[in-house]
Design a protein around this ligand. Structure first.
Ligand code: FMN
Length: 311
């Protein structure tokens, strides 16, 4: 009997649906037992979000400061898992606070040690650097990353910025004004996530994951947008400066800190609507001279390899 554990956190339910589809083939297979663990913060992040709280989550998200979690049920530790599927969302270019907190817990150390892990990301479209942070967290737990599947909102960046905000603040995954497309990962992509089950099942049964990511890539598990790779990298530098500044202004909800959060919000809008288009023009103008390193990056970020610090 092979034991598979799906560890996930979700607010809207989108990521649970994706994860359930990814493991459908495994659940239907004989000799495979799939169980689920939902990460549960003690103080839940309410959904839909209040505007203030949404932006106020930025410093702790970005600086990867953990929150307190409910203790998992003892049964979770009753077996050794052959495979873990870790389904996570991105908050501010970083694994979300609940997922980051789980990965820093004793429970994660016990469950993930020497265990193959497949990460499943459901986000808007900015996940590249978050997955690099995830690789570090998995390493700290002595887990082995063997696969990565990324489902994003495929609409153009600025459209997805508008629609996700409406979704997060209303809680309704529906078309804004009847004009904009629905936010988040499309129903088609969520439904089609069942296709990832077969290559995963083959590897699980053979206990050999060497070719898994290559096989997942053949069925479009990951799409790399080189422009967003560049934006993500630059934004991480700037977010670092903002987060380190705001964290010194007080605890979440403090009046003084909220003033700074308001400024950060304005800066974020400015960066998205004015700086990102300039970065796009620079990206296009410098595309040819940088084609070699762009291609190298595409290959690396689609893989499950991890760069050493000085590479
Ligand atoms: C506070 C917050 C920050 C987010 N930041 C990002 C981000 O940096 N990049 C991204 O692609 N998506 C971002 N998202 C979208 C989430 O990754 C995710 O797609 C969405 O919250 C739905 O996930 P759910 O399954 O938890 O409902 C953010 C969402 C929230 C709530």
């Amino acid at each position: 009997m092979k034991n598979v554990l799906v560890i996930y956190y979700t607010q809207s339910g989108q990521l649970r649906e994706i994860a359930q589809n990814v493991v459908k083939e495994l659940e239907n297979a004989e000799n495979v037992n799939v169980s689920y663990h939902k990460i549960q913060p003690i103080d839940e992040y309410n959904f839909p979000w209040q505007k203030d709280k949404f932006y106020d989550a930025f410093p702790e998200s970005f600086l990867q400061i953990p929150c307190d979690l409910e203790e998992p049920q003892p049964e979770l530790f009753s077996k050794k898992y052959d495979l873990v599927i870790l389904a996570y969302q991105i908050w501010y270019l970083t694994p979300s606070i609940p997922v980051n907190s789980f990965l820093k817990s004793d429970a994660a150390k016990l469950i993930l040690k020497d265990t193959p892990v497949i990460t499943v990301i459901g986000c808007r479209n900015m996940w590249i650097q978050a997955q690099e942070k995830m690789k570090v967290l998995l390493n700290e737990n002595q887990a082995k990353l063997v696969g990565n599947i990324v489902l994003i909102d495929r609409h153009i960046n600025h459209v997805s910025v508008i629609t996700i905000e409406k979704w997060m603040f209303s809680g309704k995954k529906e078309s804004y004004l009847g004009i904009f497309p629905k936010p988040g990962v499309s129903k088609k992509d969520i439904d089609e996530a069942v296709k990832f089950g077969k290559p995963i099942l083959n590897c699980l049964l053979q206990n050999e994951y060497q070719d898994l990511q290559d096989n997942l890539l053949k069925i479009d598990a990951v799409t790399i947008n080189s422009f967003l790779v560049l934006v993500d990298k630059r934004a991480n530098v700037l977010f670092g400066k903002w987060a380190n500044l705001i964290i010194k202004k007080g605890k979440p909800g403090d009046k003084k800190r909220l003033k700074w959060i308001g400024l950060f919000n304005k800066y974020l809008k400015f960066a998205i609507w004015f700086i990102a288009p300039i970065v796009f023009i620079v990206f296009l103008l410098t595309y040819l001279p940088f084609i070699g390193s762009i291609k190298k990056d595409q290959k690396y970020f689609a893989s499950v390899n991890q760069k050493l610090k000085n590479q």
